[in-house]
Ligand binder design. Structure first.
Ligand code: CDP
Ligand code: MG
Length: 874
């Protein structure tokens, strides 16, 4: 039967063969002019209603005409030689049942949406469907919001299809294995966005699949917006292209019922999940601060008391993941000698079966509970007798003591930045006689399906970055996740058999969760996106078909910042109010902006890179930018220590780090570069020591961060060379410390990039309110901000500083502080200065009655807030 089907398919496709290949070549020969394309893009993103509609009708007609000629249809059916085991496993995946429906929809429509539970086979199978059906005339591109997924999925699909990684490849920010033969390409969404900048029509691709669209990552959203224009453009030009959007949830209205995005709503294909029931257990107690500890106890209990089956624990970040892994490994050591382990495991299991009542999986008391902490309200069952019979101490020390070390728990961490070899381990069968326990961050929520998980422990939290829209103050906060996310997490337990999900929070708290996670784009500054779009000649970003548009405020702020950085042309300052308003939101990009857009870092840092070649500062600027881009290069030493032993070690390390920071910051001239000098010193020292884990460990540096900085330095150097080949920058991991002269230059470059993050120390005589003691005034905030005690400049307290960002912890603290000289400001940041007579009634802390600052122009003060004291002309 199958053969017949395949034959039919083959016939069908040969029918369709109207030498679309040739046509494609012809198009290529024409060598589509980039600027016209851009122009068209511009036109299509901001068309008047009327033309848009007319165009739409015309496109529709053209499309049907073309369909008649079967242009958009695949040409060749390509057989795939899969191993019998793979084939068997595939057939069990729910998405296989929908292959016909999906392929038909793809044939008939330019865009198709596929919804299916995580694990239903979307990511691994849909690219294969397309490949087999002959859509690989160009590349089949799949975007993932996470690097982990891009890498691991490409390996998986290559293996399933029995093809080399030369054919099924991946590309992520730092690395890839794409070749000329590549037919299926997994990549991060950021990578595809960059490619659109180079070739707006994505001519090398025949299909683009946007995976994990439910995550609503910023790049995913933008890509869908762009592709909603690119696909019709390609079809119009006779180079048909397909777009597939895949989501793990059914909430896709933002894509489908969105007139701005798709005039004809794309069809939605639902893949039925083969999901086993998952029993949810809530905690009764008010959620604890120490959810990692709670997760530890719960995992221990599951392991000691419940039947075999993998455990998946959700925490919020890498550090937590490692700390829990350590604790679990200590409690249940895993021995390499598996036969011995197996024997003990069996014995232990027998013992357990004898001494304990049989545990009913679907019963509330399945997990022995001493304090009755499961929530009965949730209607999960109402007998906890059994639980109390089991009598397990809940005291942490107790649990650790009682833990039977003879039962091996095979503990594996999983998070985005984990090395790929390490990540791959979770997909391999765990050693016999052991129980798999994966401690993961959000990555395991939907992007990756780990086989054999029966128990999920969910801390209910997620680590998110929060921004204040006005001030840009950001903070990383661990917050409650959404109900949709929590349900996704629970679902991981029911892939292979009925499972259990233990939520470390009460059902009341769950009730307060938001229903869905917000689209990321609504929660963060968008200057980087706006710059990328301007580089695509989308001048009126407000008119871009975002699946969920960012706030107007955020767009205005972004445009203003980019104008200040010189990346966009300044809008006219005179004219009619309405026109000025319009112009303010559609500033075209400048050549500097183009260069900045080609650097894979935020615009403020891109500006620094663009200026970096001066005075041979480039290697230093690149290192500083790389260090600032990587979230945190120092180990977090503020966390409370567990044991006494650990506490004294921590004190030692703190002392050591303080000492090193002082050393790296240097004296005199270099000290004024402040925290950025510390970063630079750390990178330099680490490279001289060969960037070893040992060096990092001893000096309080995060090894992962240092490795990432090294990679990023290479990548940024290439990016700068591409824009500015005459500089001929090259990366020698080892660099000599900058000269005094270069440090001054670096401080100025930093000021030019971080100009809007300028702060001025409040002069003692101006302080009316004690809360301003040692405080700094920033343009947009009414409250003071401070230099952190760990900062290199804590004791120096320079009058003017720039900062990388403000993080709110116990106080508003500036991070990444660097001192600047007042006289640089009017020179380097004239856009923030107002040249004219002094303000009439400055607020008390704005004015300084004493001291003069030498300036080249008279009466300089900052437009946005504080003023420099008036000075005489030189
Ligand atoms: O994308 P979706 O969540 O719908 O499913 P998928 O990622 O395509 O996974 C389909 C199946 O392949 C799952 O049962 C995974 O466990 C399995 N898989 C695997 O065994 N090894 C991998 N590296 C990736 C997926
Ligand atoms: Mg997937």
């Amino acid at each position: 039967e199958e053969d017949e089907e395949e034959e039919q398919k083959a016939e069908e496709s040969s029918d369709l063969d109207t030498s679309s290949d040739d046509e494609e070549e012809e198009e290529e020969d024409k060598d589509v002019n980039k600027t016209t394309e851009m122009g068209e893009a511009k036109e299509t993103t901001a068309p008047s209603q009327e033309t848009e509609e007319k165009q739409g009708v015309k496109e529709e007609q053209q499309k049907t005409e073309r369909d008649g000629q079967s242009e958009a249809k695949p040409a060749i059916f390509i057989p795939v030689d899969r191993s019998p085991e793979i084939q068997e496993a595939r057939l069990k995946l729910p998405v296989l049942a929908e292959e016909q429906v999906i392929m038909e929809a793809v044939r008939e429509n330019p865009c198709v949406v596929i919804c299916g539970e995580t694990g239903s086979g979307k990511t691994t199978q849909v690219p294969q469907f397309l490949y087999e059906a002959g859509y690989a005339s160009g590349i089949i591109g799949i975007t993932e919001p996470r690097r982990v997924a891009a890498v691991s999925m490409s390996h998986r699909v290559a293996k399933e299809m029995n093809l080399s990684t030369r054919v099924v490849s991946y590309q992520i920010r730092y690395e890839g294995n794409v070749t000329d033969e590549t037919k299926i390409k997994f990549m991060t969404d950021g990578v595809l966005l960059k490619e659109i900048q180079k070739d707006f029509l994505l001519q090398r691709y025949s299909v683009i699949i946007i995976d994990e669209a439910h995550e609503r990552s910023v790049y995913t959203d933008i890509l869908i917006g762009l592709l909603s224009r690119i696909v019709p453009l390609r079809n119009k030009k006779g180079m048909p292209m397909k777009l597939l959007v895949m989501s793990a949830t059914l909430r896709v209205e933002d894509f489908t019922d969105n007139q701005k995005l798709f005039r004809t709503p794309p069809p939605v294909i639902k893949v039925d999940a083969r999901q086993f029931p998952v029993t949810i257990h809530f905690n009764k107690r008010t959620p604890l601060e120490d959810y990692t500890g709670e997760a530890f106890h719960k995992t221990c209990k599951i392991h000691r008391m419940l039947p075999p089956g993998g455990i998946l624990v959700f925490l919020t970040g890498q550090a937590e993941v490692h700390s829990l892994c350590r604790r679990l490994r200590k409690a249940f050591p895993f021995r390499k000698d598996t036969s011995e382990a197996m024997r003990k495991f069996k014995k232990a299991k027998q013992k357990k079966t004898v001494s304990l009542p049989r545990i009913d999986l679907d019963n509330y008391s399945a997990l022995p509970v001493d304090e009755g902490d499961e929530d009965r309200e949730a209607g999960i069952g109402d007998e906890d007798d059994e639980g109390s019979d089991l009598d397990i101490g809940d005291d942490p020390g107790d649990a650790e003591e009682k833990a039977d070390p003879s039962i091996p728990l095979y503990v594996l961490p999983l998070y985005s930045l984990l090395a790929p070899e390490q990540q791959a381990k979770v997909f391999r069968p765990s050693p016999p006689g052991t129980r798999l326990c994966v401690v993961a961050t959000n990555v395991a929520e939907t992007s990756l399906t780990i086989p054999g998980i029966k128990y999920v422990v969910d801390c209910g939290r997620v680590k998110k970055r929060f921004y204040d829209r006005v001030t840009g103050v950001s903070s990383f906060k661990v917050t409650w996740t959404s109900q949709a996310s929590a349900n996704q997490r629970a679902g991981r337990a029911g892939r292979t058999e009925p499972g259990h999900c233990y939520r470390l929070y009460s059902s009341a708290v769950f009730g307060d969760f938001s229903l869905f996670s917000e689209a990321e784009i609504t929660r963060r500054p968008v200057e980087d996106l706006v710059l990328q779009m301007k580089d695509l000649n989308i001048d009126k970003v407000v008119n871009f078909p975002f699946p969920t548009p960012p706030s107007a405020e955020a767009l205005v702020a972004a445009e203003q910042l980019l104008v200040s950085l010189g990346a966009l042309k300044e809008p006219p300052r005179t004219g009619r109010v309405k026109e000025m308003e319009q112009a303010r939101l559609s500033c075209p990009i400048t050549p500097l902006g183009r260069a900045m857009a080609s650097f894979p870092v935020a615009p403020r840092y891109a500006k620094m890179l663009a200026l970096g070649k001066q005075q041979d500062c480039l290697p230093y600027v690149i290192s500083v930018v790389a260090a600032m881009t990587v979230r945190e290069i120092f180990v977090d030493l503020d966390r409370p220590a567990g044991s006494e032993d650990e506490s004294s070690k921590l004190t030692q390390r703190r002392a050591r780090l303080t000492q090193m920071r002082r050393l790296w910051a240097g004296q005199g001239a270099s000290l004024l570069l402040g925290d950025l000098m510390v970063m630079l010193g750390a990178v330099g020292a680490c490279e001289f020591a060969g960037c070893t884990p040992k060096f990092c460990e001893e000096n309080g540096l995060r090894y992962k961060a240092m490795v990432e900085i090294r990679r990023l330095r290479g990548q940024l150097t290439n990016a700068v060379n591409a824009v500015c080949p005459e500089v001929g920058a090259f990366v020698d991991p080892k660099m000599a410390p900058p000269t005094e002269h270069q440090v001054v230059c670096l401080r100025q470059i930093v000021l030019a990039g971080l100009g809007d993050h300028l702060a001025r120390r409040v002069q003692a005589e101006d302080i009316l309110d004690p809360k301003w003691k040692n405080g700094y005034k920033t343009p947009l905030m009414d409250d003071p901000v401070f230099i952190h005690p760990t900062s290199a400049l804590f004791k120096t307290l320079p009058e003017f500083v720039v900062y990388q960002e403000i993080m709110e912890t116990t106080k508003m603290y500036m991070r990444g502080v660097s001192a600047v000289e007042a006289e640089w400001v009017p020179e380097l940041l004239p856009q923030y200065c107002h040249f004219g007579p002094p303000l009439e009634s400055p607020q008390p802390w704005f004015c300084s009655s004493s001291g003069t600052v030498r300036c080249h122009r008279s009466s300089t003060f900052f437009r946005v807030g504080w003023q420099l004291p008036a000075v005489e002309m030189e």
